[in-house]
Design a protein around this ligand. Structure first.
Ligand SMILES: [Zn+2]
Length: 217
């Protein structure tokens, strides 16, 4: 079951729950206003958040080939609800297939694991899809078709991944080794923000684990 269908199933359950809760509130004598407000506001807020957070860009094929950290590809697989096992090239192939299948859509629905597994639990029919293989050559240096520029680089003052101060010279973070410009450019998209929030949590834990005390800011 794809994320879109999973959200459909999840939404139906949430709306039902909302209706039941409103009916119960009305039943215990809280008047009409509060139950009706709840009935209307909950779905509104829910769909707003859903759309804001989980309707994200399909990463372009030319971007998929730019990622060199298997962890990034794993996070992307997670976000798109794909299997996240395997080495760099396996992950990349899986993403490329996904991207090619969705190449006519600029946006796609994504869902966290919990929603996907709930969807699968309710699933009646399976969906599957695959496309061609082959590794395209990267045409651009940065995600989103952007090219590197010294002005962007010099405007970066903190690492977009681990949030430590950016080095005065050089293009990579001294703390976590991230390509500063790459992740700043990627972080300009909604999808990039999702990936970065996952990645930075992971990277910061790793940094804390590797070199405990030492505080300098
Ligand atoms: Zn960093």
């Amino acid at each position: 079951m794809g994320p879109k269908q999973a959200w459909g199933a999840f939404s139906v359950m949430l709306i039902l729950g909302d209706l039941i809760a409103s009916a119960l509130l009305y039943d215990i004598g809280l008047g009409v206003l509060l139950p009706v407000a709840l009935m209307l506001i909950v779905p509104l807020v829910y769909f707003y958040i859903l759309y804001k957070r989980y309707h994200v860009e399909v990463v372009p094929e030319s971007d998929v080939v730019l990622f060199e950290d298997p962890e990034d590809l794993m996070i992307l697989c997670n976000i798109y609800g794909l299997d996240n096992s395997g080495e760099l090239e396996v992950l990349r192939q899986r993403l490329l297939e996904f991207v090619r299948t969705n190449k006519d859509n600029a946006f796609t629905w994504v869902a966290p694991k919990a929603v996907l597994s709930l969807g699968s639990a309710l699933e009646i029919e399976g969906v599957g899809g695959s496309a061609g293989r082959g590794k395209p050559t990267p045409t651009n240096h940065l995600p989103g078709g952007r090219t590197r520029s010294t002005s962007r680089l010099s405007s970066i003052d903190r690492c977009p991944v681990c949030d430590s101060p950016a080095p005065k010279k050089g293009t990579t973070c001294k703390k976590c080794g991230a390509d500063l410009e790459f992740y700043v450019a990627f972080g300009e998209s909604k999808l990039g923000k999702l990936v970065l929030s996952e990645k930075s949590g992971f990277v910061r834990r790793k940094i804390r684990y590797e070199e405990p005390p030492s505080r300098e800011d």
